[in-house]
Design a protein around this ligand. Structure first.
Ligand code: 13P
Length: 256
């Protein structure tokens, strides 16, 4: 199965709109025409418009970091799928920081994924175990449950329109990335394996699964060398144009 790599930059709560524009311009000149890789920038909501204008007409795509599952209503501070649909094509769903600090559960992740899909957005569904779960040897169980519940009641066509990111929580922002082999094992067994159980092996083979957690220009090559890893969801290193450029180019080359 020839899966085109994806590198997504999760800018988290960083950059003012002016700073976001500056970073987006640098990335357009660095990788805006690069073939063999899909690049998605995920700035904060308030910068979607400005970054969208800058990446328009290039090969760089745009994503949001979150959404609400309802279309509209009295949900102060929230943003819905139909609002995002005119602006971007991707949306991160169930990032561990949302699960940890904003009470997101496997059930709300499922609702958000469905809302995104209903409005033709590609959800980047995040899963991954915490440090204590990792230390307790519960990685398989946790990741399996998260995948199972995120995809509950989705049909095969919908499942094929998703991306998954495996982000072990202990590797996020810590500088302690997983090993390529370790991440590949979880992705092969507990992500692609569960998708195969739910939707069949053809869907599982076609699904693109990213690794996230302290990805750098130095370690991306190791991750991309793994058979089940199709790209990266990059936090800190996506805020520095030269680092993100190096990661994107390495990902494109790895599977060329
Ligand atoms: P870091 O790359 O900063 O570890 O963040 C990873 C992440 O959470 C991407 O969503």
């Amino acid at each position: 199965m020839n899966r085109i790599p994806v590198v997504a930059g999760n800018w988290k709560m960083n950059k003012t709109p002016a700073e976001a524009a500056e970073l987006a311009r640098a990335l357009v000149s660095a990788v805006g025409g690069l073939l063999g890789v899909e690049v998605v920038l995920c700035p904060p909501f308030v910068s979607l418009h400005v970054v969208g204008e800058i990446v328009k007409g290039t090969r760089i795509g745009l994503g949001a970091q979150n959404l609400h599952w309802e279309k509209s209503g009295a949900f102060t501070g929230e943003v819905s799928a139909p609002m995002l649909a005119g602006w971007c094509a991707h949306v991160i769903v169930g990032h561990s920081e949302r699960r940890q600090y904003f009470g997101e559960t496997d059930q709300t992740v499922n609702k958000k994924a469905k809302a995104a899909l209903a409005h033709k957005l590609t959800p980047i569904i995040c899963v991954g175990e915490t440090l204590s779960e990792y230390e307790a040897g519960e990685t398989s169980e946790v990741v399996t449950r998260q995948v199972w519940q995120a995809y509950a009641d989705l049909n095969r066509d919908e499942a094929e329109r998703t991306l998954i990111a495996y982000e072990p929580v202990w590797a996020i922002g810590t500088g302690k990335a997983a090993t390529g082999v370790g991440a590949n094992a979880v992705i092969g067994l507990n992500i692609r394996g569960i998708i195969a159980d739910l939707f069949g092996s053809a869907t599982a083979d076609g699904l693109r699964v990213l690794y996230g957690g302290s990805v750098t220009p130095a370690n991306i090559v190791e991750f991309m060398a793994q058979p089940d890893i199709d790209g990266g969801l990059v936090g800190g290193a996506s805020l520095k144009a030269p680092d993100f450029e190096a990661i994107v180019k390495a990902a494109a080359q790895a599977k060329a």
